[in-house]
Design a protein around this ligand. Structure first.
Ligand code: BGC
Length: 766
């Protein structure tokens, strides 16, 4: 897709002009979701050009049998994938008996797509000129309801410049597959399919996992407000439709309202699905499209009320951050601890809709600060509910006694990844899960999560690290051998600093939590110790392993070492590479990448970001200045961490450049792959780049602390933060800081290291 394809607008994403080669990219960009289901921006009418069909139901997956060239013991048997679900949006249209298909139109005029992020409405307008000279004008609008999570709504209008015979055939279609299927398996088996009157229903279950999903619809058609009756219904094995045949007068508007969506056995008993679908329809059809849209608008207004970031003076940046916030809210709403945030959300198949360490490392801060704290707690609970599986996963690899290794990729807690260097070696993911517990507790002040759930998780993780570290008699220290750090451009390295440091931190943190709990709530401590068969000797072992953890460093350069032997590489900086060879992952052999010093994403710097209180600013500066020049940022997760650290180090121009790269990654398609779906998890990193980066927000001594440094291009930013159940409205200009807090209570915050005490509102010069 061409860069800067979508014009800058503070609240909208707009595509003007028809470009067939952009259809798949825009299908990603204009995707809709409501936390429970998602839909790529596929056309309602048929389209025979290149398209990537995608309809997804949260948490409904299929275990696709693993496909690898050479099997290794410990590989998971399957890769769980969120499935392409039966299509509910389709409206087959015939004009004078011919199929209406934009790929076959002679010309497409006034083509425009629009996504209104303020209200969650997606619309599309165009006039298609057909071979016979007929001009067909379409306006379609749709949204996935935030208020009724099982419902989607379409309002499709069509008119012609001459009298025409038109067929309108709204349908449901279960003839679907995943593009990324390993063995071309059938994922769904249809149990029933019917069409009656203007309604239709398909109930299908997923093979192997046995989720049942009812896909439903109801269609109503009007000619200039005059309702038209259905002529016939068609029921095939996997496709059902209702049809309206009509003589449409030139200039009249035929309007089709299609209500549809999914009911899943994750939320209802299987035998009640059909009844539930009919209930959703009968409730929805009491309201007009406009009334349902008013509900939608009000729900999005609430989302923006606590989650918006307003940027004055830079529309490009403004549009980008709103796009990121909008997509995060479409992906995860936080009511269901069984759901999580896939790196592509509901916008594509890559990464299988599964959960990665991205959630803990990148997403939790966003949900913690912009939502009720239950939302972040649900994200933590997701891992707690999967603890037994993490223990089984570690057992499969030879670990014992309740050691837990959380999966790199998972849907139900079992590992799904099957590249040995990641599955077995990218074990740092365990630390992010422990860090998230610490981060949640620090931010929310909710100390109940740890005794209720968190400590069991921490014990499992600490046991893993204690067993995974081995004692080197040469070094007389503990080492962690054969790992892959966050930088996946190095595999099977020894003593990745980030892994060792974070393992040491997990061991110390867990030991501290246990000791505190024993002092403060001995009964709770005894209950958890009994449940986890914890022995005091473990505590001693953890402390000893942590104290003797080997952390590689280079005394001459005065930096920590990404891993043993890092400096033996040919240290040519990224800036000196031939730009034609970038991105290196598309131009170089894997072996050349592995031997090179190039860093895919923050690795050492990820550690200095997480554990920043442990490092002096000078240490951070030296390590940033050393590692960033070797970083190729070929993971979408990379620029945001670098932006935050650059802002902290006063490198404003660099911070801003990284910000634009993370924020507009999809809108401007920097990685030339947006057609595969959006980078949802990195979008949370974009939010962090503003709040933690430019506003410099942290939690210190149980209060919010700010160290603002806005990019020169920005006049002002304003955002809201839910901190400990109070809403803070922060506004930062080039020379001014302002904070309003609801309620009468006194508030203390820190600005540039100084404590400020106030009620309701404070304004300070910067
Ligand atoms: C990154 C991982 C990340 C995954 C999913 C990879 O490219 O290197 O850190 O977990 O993408 O976003």
């Amino acid at each position: 897709m061409q860069l800067e394809h979508y014009p800058h607008h503070p609240w909208k994403i707009i595509e003007e002009g028809w470009l067939a080669e952009n259809v798949e990219s825009s299908e990603s960009i204009f995707s809709l979701g409501n936390g429970a289901m998602g839909q790529r921006a596929n056309f309602e009418e048929d389209y025979s050009g290149a398209t990537f069909q995608g309809s997804y139901v949260g948490g409904v997956y299929y275990p696709d049998k693993t496909k690898v060239g050479w099997w290794k013991n410990g590989y998971p048997e399957y890769f769980a994938k969120v499935l392409n679900a039966p299509n509910w949006i389709g409206i087959h249209i015939t004009i004078e008996g011919e199929n209406f298909d934009l790929a076959k139109a002679k010309e497409i005029k006034n083509y425009c797509r629009e996504l209104d992020m303020q209200t969650g409405l997606y619309s599309r307008d165009f006039t298609a000129v057909l071979d016979n000279g007929l001009e067909i004008t379409v306006n379609s609008k749709r949204f996935l309801s935030l208020v009724r999570p099982e419902l989607g709504v379409i309002d499709y209008s069509i008119k012609a410049n001459k009298d025409i015979q038109i067929g309108i055939i709204p349908y449901l279609d279960a003839v679907i597959s995943n593009q990324d299927s390993n063995w071309d398996d059938q994922f769904w088996a249809v149990d029933q399919a019917w069409a009656k009157g203007n309604q239709a229903y398909i109930e299908a279950h997923t093979l192997k996992t046995n989720f049942s999903v009812g896909t439903f619809m109801e269609a109503t058609v009007w000619d200039n407000n005059q309702a038209i009756a259905t002529q016939k219904t068609t029921t095939e094995d996997k496709k059902v439709s209702v049809s309206f045949d009509y003589q449409l007068t030139a200039g009249n508007t035929l309007r089709i309202a299609k209500l549809g969506g999914y009911i899943s056995s994750r939320n209802h008993p299987k035998e009640a699905l059909e009844q539930q679908a009919l209930k959703v329809l009968s409730e929805a059809k009491k309201h007009s499209f406009d009334a349902l849209y008013q509900e939608q608008k009000a729900a999005w207004k609430e989302v923006w009320k606590s989650g918006d970031i307003a940027i004055e003076g830079d529309v490009k940046a403004q549009q980008a951050i709103r796009f990121n916030i909008f997509q995060l809210n479409q992906t995860y709403t936080g009511e269901d601890a069984g759901l999580n945030i896939g790196p592509k959300g509901f916008t594509g198949e890559k990464y299988g809709g599964s959960t990665y360490w991205d959630t803990e490392a990148y997403c939790i801060p966003f949900y913690m600060a912009t939502k009720n704290q239950k939302v972040a707690r649900n994200l933590l609970t997701y891992r707690y509910l999967q603890l037994d599986r993490a223990i089984e996963n570690a057992e499969k690899l030879g670990f014992k006694k309740g050691a837990a290794l959380y999966p790199m990729v998972t849907m139900n807690g079992e590992e799904c990844h099957n590249e040995w260097e990641i599955t077995f070696e990218e074990i740092h993911r365990n630390s992010a899960i422990a860090f998230a517990i610490f981060n949640y507790t620090r931010y929310t002040g909710d100390h109940s999560y740890i005794p209720e759930m968190g400590l069991e998780v921490l014990i499992g993780i600490a046991r893993f690290w204690a067993q995974r570290a081995s004692y080197s008699s040469v070094k007389q220290q503990y080492v962690i051998l054969g790992v892959t750090g966050p930088n996946e451009y190095e595999n099977n390295v020894n003593n990745n600093w980030y892994t060792n440091y974070s393992a040491q931190w997990c061991l110390n943190y867990t030991a501290k939590i246990i000791e505190e709990l024993c002092d403060n709530s001995p009964e709770e401590a005894a209950r958890i110790e009994a449940k986890t068969a914890f022995e005091t000797t473990e505590l001693e072992q953890w402390k000893k392993t942590a104290a003797l953890m080997y952390l590689p460093e280079d005394k001459n350069l005065n930096v920590v070492l990404q891993q043993d032997g890092f400096l033996d590489k040919e240290m040519i900086k990224v800036a000196d590479l031939d730009p034609k060879e970038r991105p290196i992952n598309q131009h170089w052999s894997w072996d050349r990448i592995l031997r090179s010093p190039y860093i895919k994403q923050a690795d050492v710097l990820q550690g200095m970001y997480f554990f920043e209180d442990q490092f002096e600013e000078d240490t951070l500066r030296r390590n940033f200045d050393f590692y960033e020049p070797f970083t190729v940022h070929e993971s979408s997760l990379s620029p945001c961490v670098h932006s935050i650290l650059a802002a902290k180090l006063g490198k404003q121009d660099q911070a801003y450049a990284f910000y634009l790269r993370t924020a507009r990654l999809d809108l401007d398609d920097y990685n030339a792959e947006v057609e595969e779906g959006l980078h949802i998890t990195s979008m949370a990193g974009t939010w962090m780049s503003i709040v933690e980066g430019f506003a410099g927000m942290r939690v210190k001594e149980n209060m919010l602390s700010f160290r603002p440094a806005l990019p020169k291009a920005w006049e002002k930013i304003a955002f809201k933060i839910n901190f400990r159940n109070r809403i803070y409205t922060i506004s930062i200009g080039q020379g001014e800081f302002q904070c309003q807090v609801e309620g009468e209570e006194e508030t203390t915050l820190q600005l540039n290291g100084n404590k400020q005490v106030f009620k309701q509102e404070i304004r300070l010069d910067l």
